[in-house]
Design a protein around this ligand. Structure first.
Ligand SMILES: [Zn+2]
Ligand SMILES: [Zn+2]
Length: 370
């Protein structure tokens, strides 16, 4: 068994990643060690690399989207979310958030456990200088601390298939559950990166009549057609008025019942308010990191009688439902095709740069090569 693990570490914001080798710690009761097969490179990792999220400690091992196999288990049995005891060799994913306390005001009274101040997130809020150090996915091995919510991957879902949906799927599940989505509705999605694409999948399997995506990246608009999308609008080739007209035409003259924002661009918000039909719903999930302000006319929101919601983070149920949705619809959507770029651990720096330029749909790091 391996005694040490190599990991790609961000020493400080915007500095090049360095490869370090850490001792694999002794497993505490309830802990397990995962051999990382794929670590998804997420847009959030690029923001973290540049220090754009407050309260993140450095040095930091990035990677909150890892999947792999159970390499070893501590002195106490560890169960998956279905209550089954995990065994060495099981293929697993996990919820990247641990230590939600379920005893604070936000957990108990505000009913907002994704805003629990005690939450810790793999690859984001835990320091790689402290025990157990191996708490980010850009690493050969990952320490799954006691209490981590582990989910067995369905046998027919490959590591590529599971990692292609990364943290985008749970975010999309949370977003769609926050909206009044039901069958027979017309949906528009601003931004068809990984989150927008998974919103397309979920609204499609929920029975949407039409799913229209708006983006400027031609490759993304093209692949979206394989993920339940019925219409695409290129925002660089159309004006806002043309987009409004087209959406009205698609939706019988009214505009979309629900518009989802998944762009990461603040200026998408005023457009989303314009696009949604009167009395419709607008759900914003793409503003996870702070990209500044934008100008909004509140009168239009009021006059249109809109229902506006936002979404922060994800809960374990969103990860569980996300993996289940992938498994249930594996023949319907080509999830594996979303992995377009692969990198070794030594090339983690390149992986971040590739993701940042958005030339990849999904980049993954394969610390063991295969
Ligand atoms: Zn709490
Ligand atoms: Zn992510």
């Amino acid at each position: 068994m391996a005694k040490t693990s190599r990991a790609a570490v961000v020493p400080k914001p915007s500095a090049d990643l360095v490869i370090e080798e850490y001792e694999i710690p002794e497993l505490q009761p309830g802990a397990a060690l995962m051999k990382v097969a794929r670590a998804g490179v997420c847009g959030t990792d690029c923001h973290l690399w540049h220090g754009k999220l407050a309260g993140v400690p450095y040095p930091l091992i990035l990677g909150h989207e890892a999947v792999g196999t159970i390499e070893s288990i501590g002195p106490k049995p560890v169960k998956d979310l279905d209550g089954n005891e995990l065994k060495v060799g099981d293929r697993v994913g996990f919820h990247d958030v641990t230590e939600t306390c379920f005893s604070c005001y936000n957990c108990l009274i505000a009913d907002a456990p994704t805003k629990c101040p005690n939450r810790k997130v793999y690859g984001i809020t835990m320091e790689s200088t402290k025990f157990p150090r191996l708490i980010g996915g850009y690493s050969e091995y990952l320490y799954l601390s006691p209490g981590t919510h582990i989910i067995k991957l369905p046998d027919h879902v490959s590591f590529d298939g599971a990692s292609a949906v990364g943290c985008a799927m749970p975010t999309a599940v949370h977003t769609v559950l926050r909206s009044p989505m039901t069958w027979g509705l017309n949906v528009a999605i601003q931004g068809v990166g990984p989150v927008g694409l998974m919103i397309a999948v979920l609204t499609s399997v929920s029975g949407a009549s039409t799913v229209t995506v708006l983006d400027k990246a031609k490759n993304r608009l093209e692949i979206a057609k394989k993920f339940g999308v019925t219409d695409v609008l290129n925002i660089e080739e159309t004006t806002l008025d043309e987009r409004k007209d087209k959406l009205k035409e698609i939706t019988g003259g009214h505009g979309p019942d629900i518009v989802y924002e998944a762009t990461g661009n603040p200026h998408a918000i005023p457009e989303g308010i314009e696009l949604v039909r009167e009395g419709g719903s607008y759900t914003i999930c793409g503003q996870y990191t702070d990209h500044g302000t934008t100008e909004i006319n509140p009168h239009l929101m009021n006059k249109k009688h809109l229902d506006i919601k936002t979404v922060w983070g994800s809960r374990t149920l969103h990860v569980y439902k996300g993996i289940k949705t992938v498994g249930d619809n594996y023949d319907r959507f080509p999830f594996e095709d979303l992995v377009t770029h692969r990198f070794s651990l030594d090339d983690a720096q390149k992986a971040l740069e590739t993701q940042e330029k958005q030339v990849s749909l999904k980049a993954v790091i394969q610390p063991h090569g295969d």
